[in-house]
Write a new protein. Structure first.
Length: 635
């Protein structure tokens, strides 16, 4: 009997209806007719429930997962087309990556067939995704001809003599260890190249007067590197290696100096990158590869987003249901396929050994790993795996912005705090960094309104609405963290309803640059990660075939590089800005081929903003150097 086969097509037309019309077409490319079937689709769009759908019935929906079936009696002949038309969509679709990501046709006998999926088109116009990486531009005339990202704070160098390799001459054991760490890093990032070995001997001196991470390089008859700590020596050796690679690969533009000085220190102590490992699956090896590229950019904070509605990634021994259920998606699991995951059991759990491997690798490179457990919202999978965390008398349905129903941990249940103490104890055991990030973002305005236990907690305390209750909840968790010797991180919404205590906490301002200023004026330490400049899931242009999202606008490399943190902050709160970080949310990264395009060179652009003084930045020079920076191609 011939094997059934299908092709799934989609087209978005913003000129029909508001916000537009979505047409999904299943083509029978097999040789037999089919009937009594259903189509499961994951995507970034949502067809609004209870809205009219032409040609189909909506059988199931969870966030961006839809299960659709034709009208009773429909027969799809060989070569035939089943068209589904929806005009009430959750939002405007601006890029092909909003379209179908994974799909399965379930036949009448239960057999599942995976269709070929064509990229979603715009108004039926032919085309295909084209990934164009930013081209290298020649170094502008008059620019300092050294290839270093992030660019040093002060550079006064001349001459050119390109050594074969960077060697270690003499110096303290601390410096030699940093030399070895940097040499190993370079070998991993640039296989086949030899940047360190028997070559130019670098004399290393300990400089107690230098700040953390700072270094000085003096070029003359010998090269002298001075630093006050391991980070400083590592940064200095990375700078020397970057200059060497540039002079070797683009001698028409870049030199390796023979005289002069480089004096350098980080602008901000917190220079970070966030990665969402909940929406998609990242192996420990992939995370280690990403940490390597962070280190070459002199970044030092890795914010790992360990859970979301779509998945929980950390093994918590006291709650094995998380590893057994909440970490997995697929047919028959508590979560269906979502965001491009396959129609089979799919997921990953980080065990203690996995966490230790990534944390220790980061520490060896001067990178601290800050874990995030996103609470109270973004916990749909947790509540499905642990129903004892739900008020049994709760009525009604509220939905998150991603359209997950009733997805927030209940602040009124003792079981909630028992669970979270077990989670925090696990985090404390595995993550040595002083901070634990507790989320606090995107809780629905009407969360817990149908919970009698939540209402009974609000009433005697006079708390009004969701966010005063959230404030109580987050303060409880903050107290728990303090008991275990940890400081609190959270997203900017943790300031709502009275907020968390500013003491021993920091908030990440993500909505706009201006929100960071408001948080600082309210007394919070702030890490800036505004979506308009620092969210790498944003597409880099308005073109349909450019991958990504654009709910915060588009973030080109130039837009990312142009980020000018705290330029409009009052002088009295400038010291509340403790750092800068990028954020990479993973909704589109089931297609791992998009990772390096979305991440690089924007990672280097944020790194230069976090490290270099404003006066040292130059976009034209950056574009001449950026192709020399490494990429962690994953998958």
């Amino acid at each position: 009997m011939p094997t059934p086969s299908f092709r799934l097509e989609a087209d978005w037309n913003p000129e029909i209806a508001t916000p537009g019309q979505l047409k999904i077409t299943l083509v029978n490319t097999g040789q037999e007719q089919v009937e009594g079937f259903a189509l499961g689709v994951t995507s970034l769009f949502r067809i609004k429930p209870d809205s009219p759908i032409g040609g189909a019935r909506l059988l199931e929906q969870l966030s961006n997962y839809h299960l659709l079936a034709p009208e009773d009696g429909f027969v799809l002949e060989p070569g035939g087309r089943w068209e589904i038309v929806a005009k009430q969509i959750s939002h405007t679709l601006r890029h092909y990556t909003y379209g179908p990501k994974s799909a399965a046709v379930t036949l009448a006998d239960g057999t599942m067939v995976l269709p070929e999926i064509a990229p979603m088109t715009l108004k039926g116009e032919p085309g295909s995704p084209t990934i164009v990486h930013p081209a290298r531009r020649p170094l502008p005339e008059g620019e300092t001809a050294i290839s270093v990202i992030p660019f040093p704070a002060a550079v006064e160098v001349t001459g050119n003599s390109v050594p074969a390799m960077i060697g270690f001459g003499e110096g303290p054991e601390l410096a030699y260890n940093s030399y070895e760490v940097t040499a190993d890093l370079a070998r991993r990032l640039f296989p086949g190249e030899t940047l360190f070995g028997d070559g130019l001997p670098v004399r290393c001196l300990a400089g107690a007067r230098l700040d953390q991470g700072a270094y000085e390089i003096v070029f003359g008859e010998t090269v002298t590197l001075r630093a006050g700590d391991a980070d400083g020596f590592q940064h200095g050796f990375i700078t020397l290696a970057q200059m060497l690679r540039g002079a070797q690969k683009h001698p028409e533009d870049f030199t390796f100096p023979t005289s002069g000085t480089i004096s350098d220190a980080p602008r901000f102590d917190w220079r970070g990158s966030h990665l969402d490992v909940a929406r998609q699956v990242y192996t420990t090896e992939e995370i280690i590869a990403f940490l390597d590229t962070m280190a070459w950019n002199k970044l030092n904070r890795f914010h790992i987003h360990l859970n979301d509605d779509e998945g929980w990634r950390l093994d918590v021994p006291d709650y094995p249901e998380l590893a057994e259920k909440a970490a997995w998606r697929g047919p028959g699991e508590i979560l269906p396929p979502l965001l491009g995951s396959p129609f089979e059991r799919h997921g990953l759990v980080y065990r203690a050994a996995d966490v230790t491997a990534m944390v220790d690798h980061g520490l060896s490179l001067g990178i601290q790993t800050i874990p995030e457990i996103d609470i109270p919202g973004h916990c749909y999978c947790v509540l499905k795996a642990l129903p004892q965390l739900v008020d049994p008398d709760e009525t009604g349905i509220y939905r998150s912005v991603q359209y997950f129903p009733n997805n927030a941990l209940n602040p009124a249940l003792d079981e909630t705090y028992k669970f979270l103490e077990a989670v925090i104890k696990t985090l404390v055991e595995l993550f040595p960094a002083k901070w634990i990030h507790i989320g606090g973002d995107e809780v629905a305005d009407e969360a817990w309104a149908g919970s009698p236990q939540a209402r009974s907690l609000q009433g005697p305390n006079g708390w009004q609405g969701t966010f005063e209750l959230q404030s109580h909840f987050l303060k409880q968790i903050q107290s728990l963290l303090k008991k275990y010797g940890k400081d609190t991180g959270a997203w900017e919404e943790a300031a709502l309803g009275g907020g968390v205590d500013p003491d021993r906490s920091y908030l990440v301002a993500w909505k706009k640059s201006e929100s960071g200023r408001d948080l600082a004026l309210a007394g919070y330490d702030v890490v800036l990660a505004p979506a308009e400049h620092a969210y790498f899931d944003m597409a880099q242009s308005t073109e349909w075939w450019e991958p990504g999202a654009s709910w915060a606008g588009t973030v080109s490399v130039e837009t990312c590089y142009a980020f000018d943190p705290a330029h409009d902050w009052p002088a009295e709160v400038q010291d509340k800005l403790i750092g800068i970080q990028s954020c990479l949310w993973s909704e589109n990264l089931a297609n791992r081929a998009l990772f390096d395009h979305l991440t690089y060179p924007r990672l280097s652009a944020i790194a230069e903003t976090a490290w270099s003084p404003r006066a040292a930045k130059d976009f034209a020079r950056f574009m001449a150097i950026q192709t020399l920076m490494p990429k962690a191609r994953l998958g």
